[in-house]
Design a protein. Structure first.
Length: 408
């Protein structure tokens, strides 16, 4: 055992690897979910913790993959991507967000947004350099910054700040060594969306402080009762940053691993170098299927319609049992403060305890967030074949929650 473990890198804990708590939140939830399902095989678990669309990719997309997979010319490494995919992504950015991108210099594909976020720090971070990020949130850019001996400065997204980062609160000594600032709107988990004013302030701030903006926009087109907005549509954005879009969420293609990064051409150039030394591009047939997804905005429209109706059911049910929340403006998540305890005398210390309690006592799975206040995230991507089934699941949810007699 020691033969391997004495060689573990410092970034994974070195010789302390085994002593570290590597039981991450999502694996812990998965494990507990499995235990509960085994214990109560006859009671259906209500899974509102899922972060992936419930539907498969559109048949047009699947058929394109099928046809393209047969073609011998698609067998080759695609390196930094096929030109047709870049063109389709540029058209999509123009049609949906009114953003002009040069397909030759300002855009590249990636094996999912996660992969792009994991590679970007290699372009910029030296030991001691700082990435500013928002919490709660998607941690991949920050994790890789730390892997490279960089440092991370967290900006809390709180209800008081309307779930926007307080840029003016960042200390001068942090700004001096900061290189990257990560933002994510529509935001996972808070459901907040950005507005032009926020992006303008961010661009000014970044420019003044010599920061590069990484805008994670994987939920960009999942918005309700408003138009989608891209950071790149704001004047000056391309001078200081890039935006990442993914086909995972809005096009129901999480497992397909296809995303793209667009914006500043120098950043794209640097990313292309790191990327070409890390992977050899996504399978061409998948990129071609991606083109058919990007050319079919109805896929997204249908998802939005479905999620919107589900939110109405879910939010009403949660409000009835005492939670206080509104329909989110974007994403498929809603985010709400935890209850204080139960009538029977249980007192909750944090969101993790509530999430465990709901799973064990009511077979309801949620995701807890304790990074900036204690909140639960509920997703509307639960499995239900039609509206009747959706209503039935949400009614069961309400009945189970009522029985718990939560106190707020
Ligand atoms: C905010 C955010 N960024 C990036 C990702 C990863 O997206 P992809 O599937 O394209 O890797 C996720 C997935 O959950 C996410 O929530």
């Amino acid at each position: 055992m020691d033969y391997i473990l004495r060689n573990v890198s410092k970034r994974l804990g070195g010789s302390d690897f085994n002593k570290l708590n590597n039981n991450f939140k999502f694996s812990k939830i998965k494990k507990l979910k499995k235990e509960i399902v085994n214990k109560y095989p006859d009671i259906p678990l209500i899974d509102l913790g899922i972060g992936e669309p419930d539907l498969p990719a559109d048949m047009k997309v699947i058929n394109t993959l099928k046809d393209e997979a047969y073609k011998p010319e698609n067998r080759l490494y695609s390196d930094n991507g096929i030109y047709e995919f870049k063109l389709a992504a540029c058209n999509y950015l123009k049609n949906i967000f009114n953003v002009d991108i040069d397909p030759d210099t300002e855009i590249l594909h990636g094996l999912g947004a996660k992969s792009i976020l994991s590679l970007l720090p290699y372009c910029f971070i030296n030991p001691g350099d700082i990435t500013i990020t928002t919490i709660p949130g998607y941690p991949v850019l920050a994790t890789h910054t730390k892997y490279l001996d960089g440092k991370v400065y967290n900006l809390k997204l709180t209800k008081e700040n309307n779930f926007f980062p307080d840029l003016d609160s960042i200390p001068k000594n942090i700004l001096k060594n900061a290189k990257l600032i990560y933002i994510n709107y529509p935001n996972n988990p808070t459901g907040q969306i950005a507005n032009k004013d926020f992006y303008k302030r961010l661009i000014d701030f970044a420019y003044k402080n010599n920061l590069i903006v990484i805008s994670d926009s994987v939920y960009a087109n999942i918005v309700y009762d408003t138009s989608p907005l891209s950071f790149l549509s704001i004047d000056g954005a391309k001078d200081i940053g890039v935006e990442i879009h993914s086909l995972s969420k809005a096009f129901n293609m999480t497992g397909w691993r296809l995303a793209f990064i667009a914006g500043n051409k120098d950043i794209i150039k640097l990313y292309s170098i790191i990327k070409s030394n890390s992977d050899s591009g996504q399978f061409r047939a998948i990129q071609k299927a991606g083109i058919s997804a990007l050319n079919n905005p109805d896929i997204v429209k249908n998802n939005i319609k479905r999620y919107s109706k589900r939110f109405e059911l879910l939010i009403n049910a949660l409000k009835e049992v005492g939670f206080s929340l509104e329909k989110p403006k974007g994403t498929y998540f809603c985010y709400t403060k935890i209850p204080k305890g139960t009538k029977s005398g249980i007192v909750f210390k944090n969101a993790e305890e509530v999430s465990d309690f709901l799973l064990k006592k009511a077979l309801i799975s949620t995701v807890p967030w304790d990074d900036a206040g204690s909140y639960l995230r509920f997703s509307v991507t639960f499995i239900a074949k039609d509206y009747k089934k959706e209503k039935e699941i949400i009614n069961t949810l309400k009945e189970r929650l009522k029985k718990l007699e939560l106190l707020f």
